[in-house]
Design a protein around this ligand. Structure first.
Ligand code: ATP
Ligand code: MG
Length: 378
């Protein structure tokens, strides 16, 4: 069990004792916390006493009355601000003027609780503050350890897996209870939807495997002279059933070999993702064109489609983990939003670049530019 120190600064003993009583058995928890947080209450009757306790005890939260016998609450607030202490200050005050409220807010007061307050009001406010403070400190800690990105990644990932699992669980329970009777056919729709969700999760897991492989980096890279055209052909063959199902034609427009030093698996992952997107975000009867160009400096892998396209704004966050564009045209298309971020990570390993050209309702061209020199990771 963790605890936060709450300092109550008020010259009325009733308020101090009341606060102590209200917080005595109060605990807060939150999904990301692995333990409850409880409160240790400290008391100060004057601003001077408060400053002493702040310096010696370093509370986490201060409940601060403004009207005090000696120095005013607002001066205590200024002190905390000046010292850059990581303390959340809440003003508890019976007649806060607008002027005081503005000044206190400018000096970093987090909230106002008007006096007299009910136990619920105090608890509600402390619950919010505790979550804020916990998340802020967690963020700082993770940032320092370079783990924030990982944390965000895992939160999104668990969310992405939870939704389909909940759906499947729901359908299975309906079937278990035979809510639509004994005939299996009545459940066809649910079975189809469950299978679809399972295939979505499989896709996500495959993407994750690719990501893990990439992020573990160098040791798995197997750099050899490979024929990019041949790899594109393999990838098109892999995607063929999907293309037929979606009624999209895929053409490999480069016939000659293009040789480059690379890891064949990684190049295949690039093509698989670009071509699967080009099929997935296409129209019925649409086409996909794959080109491989080579000049003195670079090799360009290009995949063009005649699909739904993207607006400028939609293109801006495309390469981040789990980003999927939400609009009426993509509403019924499933995916995990990892494909392009995987491509980006691979491209970076080759010190390459990605270009996107897209026009809504006309189509999209992705070009991966891989420099011929320094193709290995360093
Ligand atoms: N060729 C394309 N045409 C139109 N939109 C595209 C195209 N390629 C990608 N997008 C948009 O970019 C988003 C991100 O693509 P990305 O490949 O990363 O994820 P995804 O296809 O949704 O899922 P998956 O991880 O299964 O590939 C897609 O959701 C889609 O909205
Ligand atoms: Mg994709």
């Amino acid at each position: 069990m963790a605890s936060y120190k709450v300092l109550v600064v008020d010259d009325e003993p009733g308020i101090r004792m009341g606060t102590r009583r209200i917080l005595q058995n109060f605990k807060v928890d939150y999904p990301f916390m692995d333990e409850f947080i409880e409160y240790i209450v400290l008391e100060a009757a004057t601003g001077e006493e408060a400053i002493e306790i702040i310096d010696s005890e370093m509370p986490d939260i201060i409940l601060l009355d403004n009207k005090l016998p000696g120095i005013q609450g607002i001066e205590v607030l200024e002190y905390v601000k000046k010292k850059l202490y990581d303390i959340v200050v809440v003003m508890i005050t019976s007649y806060a003027s607008l002027e005081l409220a503005v000044k206190a807010t400018r000096d970093g007061a987090y909230d106002f609780i008007p006096k007299p307050f009910t136990p619920q009001e105090l608890r509600g406010s402390l619950e919010n503050i505790t979550k804020q403070l916990f998340l802020k400190r967690m963020t700082q800690k993770l940032n320092k350890e370079g783990k924030l990105i990982r944390f965000q990644f895992l939160s999104v990932l668990s969310h992405e897996l939870k939704a389909p699992l909940n759906a499947i669980e729901g359908y299975l329970n309906i079937m278990k209870e035979k809510q639509f009777g004994d005939n299996v056919d009545s459940y066809k729709d649910m079975i189809d939807r469950s299978l679809e969700r399972i295939s979505g999760m499989r896709g996500l897991i495959m993407d994750l495997l690719d990501l893990t492989k990439i992020e573990s980096g160098k040791p798995t890279q197997n750099l050899q002279k490979v024929d990019i055209t041949k790899i594109a052909g393999t990838s098109i063959d892999t995607m063929r059933p999907y293309a037929i199902q979606k009624d999209v034609d895929v053409y490999l427009n480069t016939k000659e070999s293009v040789i480059m030093e690379a890891d064949a698996k990684e190049i295949e992952i690039i093509f698989n993702n670009l071509i699967s997107n080009a099929i997935k975000y296409n129209k019925q009867g649409g086409r996909v064109d794959v080109f491989i160009h080579r000049d003195d400096k670079n090799i360009r892998l290009q995949v063009s489609d005649s699909g739904i396209g993207m607006s400028e704004e939609e293109q801006s966050s495309l390469f981040q983990d789990f980003v999927r564009i939400k609009n009426p045209k993509t509403k019924n298309i499933t995916g995990s939003g990892l494909g392009l971020s995987i491509i980006k990570k691979i491209t970076e390993m080759y010190h390459g670049d990605i270009e996107v050209n897209s026009v809504p309702d006309q189509g999209t061209t992705f070009t991966i530019i891989l420099p011929l020199e320094r193709t290995a990771i360093n």
